[in-house]
Design a protein around this ligand. Structure first.
Ligand code: AMP
Length: 284
């Protein structure tokens, strides 16, 4: 496995692969890899000749009061994970390699980025779209792998790829959870043992909501209230948002008639966690 921080070097390597007719799968990450990331790399391994994992804590997707400086990093561990999962290349550039000081061009997307995390983290999805576009232009992947854990990010990237005619196929992968239900996240590291327990209120409340939908509940406001009440009952939890939105345009719905996304962001102490589920419709 090769590790490189150089755009030029990566372009040359991948150019050679492409000349030999190899397909390339890209897994973009911010590192501190866990089994959620690993599931993406393993899927890419199955579907492509060559697998590239990018590890880059992208400064422009963090707000001024967010955790850019303390975001966890562990290259030695990440290297092991990538090797085990069978990646050929880790692309781990320095911020200066990705963003020259006179960087002018950014990629942005409108409506889909307005609600949910977009409303709470101004500029976040502009940062995500910009870095993903740059990675696509550097790696020229046939396929790129994203987790459903970041459901709004996935919807935005799909739309960006469509609108800007990127030739990359976007592959989505299910949320990987801890045995007790907590969605895996690099940020779970920040949780104290007490907070770790409190964080379970998130997946538990979402699970209850999903069960109600399965039983035929159509009132989105009622479902939202149940999620909110379940999480708020936990003293260490503070809801940033809890929404039931249409899966395709991410606008809030009153009734559950089409596929919906139930998405939450919750502060557990100082740590902001997100989780969600998609509901396609009650079984007939
Ligand atoms: P991150 O390093 O947090 O930017 O995540 C990189 C990619 O891994 C994104 O596409 C995430 O959606 C995905 N991911 C993160 N956590 C999980 C998880 N628990 N299950 C599935 N995918 C995940």
């Amino acid at each position: 496995m090769i590790i490189s921080g150089s755009v030029q070097e990566v372009r040359e390597l991948i150019g050679n692969w492409k000349k030999r007719g190899f397909s390339v799968g890209l897994v973009p990450t911010m590192g501190y890899l866990h089994p959620g990331h690993m599931s993406l790399i393993e899927r890419a391994r199955k579907e492509n000749d060559m697998v590239v994992v990018s590890i880059f804590v992208n400064p422009i997707q963090f707000g001024p009061n967010e955790d850019l400086d303390k975001y966890p990093r562990d290259m030695a561990h990440d290297r092991e994970v990538c090797e085990k999962a069978g990646a050929e290349l880790i692309f781990a550039p320095q911020p200066s390699e990705m963003y020259p000081s006179d960087n002018f061009a950014f990629v942005d997307i409108k409506e889909l980025g307005d609600g949910l995390c977009g409303a709470k983290r101004p500029g976040h999805f502009r940062g995500v779209c910009t870095v993903v576009s740059k990675l696509f232009n550097i790696v020229l992947p046939n396929r790129a792998y994203f987790g459903e854990k970041d459901a709004q990010q996935l919807a935005i990237i799909r739309r960006m790829v469509r609108d800007l005619n990127f030739g990359t196929e976007i592959v989505s992968c299910p949320i990987v959870r801890e045995p007790d239900g907590l969605a895996m996240s690099s940020r779970n590291l920040y949780l104290s043992p007490e907070e770790r327990k409190a964080a379970l209120s998130i997946s538990r409340s979402l699970g209850e909501a999903k069960e109600l939908m399965r039983k035929g509940e159509k009132d989105a406001v009622k479902i939202r209230d149940i999620i909110t009440a379940g999480i708020s009952a936990e003293p260490l939890a503070k809801i940033d948002y809890a929404e039931i939105v249409d899966s395709s345009d991410l606008r809030p719905v009153q009734r559950i008639e089409k596929p919906v996304l139930a998405a939450v962001a919750v502060y557990i102490g100082k740590t902001r966690l997100i989780d969600n589920f998609t509901f396609e419709g009650a079984a007939k």
